[in-house]
Structures are given as structure tokens and as C-alpha cells.
Design a protein around this ligand. Structure first.
Ligand SMILES: [Zn+2]
Length: 125
């Protein structure tokens, strides 16, 4: 029972479904859902509805607490490289792996080793 988690939704207990009803006749309550895992909000919410309820109640404070963006985050030529993999490989094996710049639209071939190397970075422009 202790490894069950409670949905963090602030109104979860107010939604009427059979699985939320606990207790015997004359002593029934509608309770927050408790399960071993949840699909929403990083495993914290039983439904998108409950996730939205939480955000409506606490989202503003959470953003202010962790830092509201006051400047746009910018993708530049230097940090716009993303590795990709072409499963079709119609142009041959040498073109299967590549790195692509989402700003300049430049595409450079990679070896499979470079593709799998999580430390691989484009160093020159
Ligand atoms: Zn819930």
C-alpha cells in the first residue's frame, strides 16, 4: 500500500467515478485517486484534467518560484545542431547518419560512431 502514489490534482476527489468511492454504506467518501503509477505530469496526475487543476491553482506561483522568462530563449547557429538518422538510407549507408543545423539548414554526414557518441559536437563552422 505504501508504494501507491496519490494523484496530486487539487480537485481529484471531486470527480465522481466508481474507483474514487471508498467506505461502506452510510460511511462513503469520494477520495483522491491512489495508484502505483500515473500517466500525466511526470507520473503525478491521474488525468490531464487533474494536471490542469493543479496548474490553475499553483502554476503561476511555480513559474514565479522557479524563474519566469523575461527574455526569449534563442536558438543560435552554434546550438542549433541536432543529430538525425535517416532510416530510408536511399542515398546509401554513408548518408544514413547526419547532423543538421535548424538555423542554417546545413546538413553534414556523420559516421555511426559519431552519431552514437553523446559527447560529439560540431567544433568548426
Ligand atoms: Zn486525479
Amino acid at each position: 500500500m505504501s508504494d501507491l502514489k496519490l494523484c496530486q490534482g487539487t480537485k481529484c476527489h471531486t470527480y465522481y467515478t466508481q474507483d474514487r468511492v471508498k467506505g461502506t454504506k452510510g460511511n462513503k467518501t469520494n477520495q483522491t485517486r491512489r495508484r502505483s503509477s500515473f500517466y500525466y505530469g511526470n507520473g503525478n496526475f491521474c488525468s490531464l484534467n487533474c494536471q490542469n487543476d493543479w496548474f490553475n491553482d499553483f502554476g503561476e506561483r511555480a513559474i514565479n518560484h522557479f524563474g519566469r522568462l523575461n527574455e526569449p530563449i534563442r536558438l543560435t547557429e552554434e546550438n542549433a545542431w541536432v543529430k538525425n538518422y535517416d532510416y530510408r538510407s536511399y542515398r546509401g549507408e554513408e548518408d544514413r547518419y547526419y547532423i543538421f543545423n535548424n538555423i542554417t539548414k546545413e546538413r553534414r554526414p556523420l559516421t555511426e560512431e559519431q552519431y552514437n557518441d553523446t559527447n560529439y559536437r560540431i567544433t568548426e563552422r
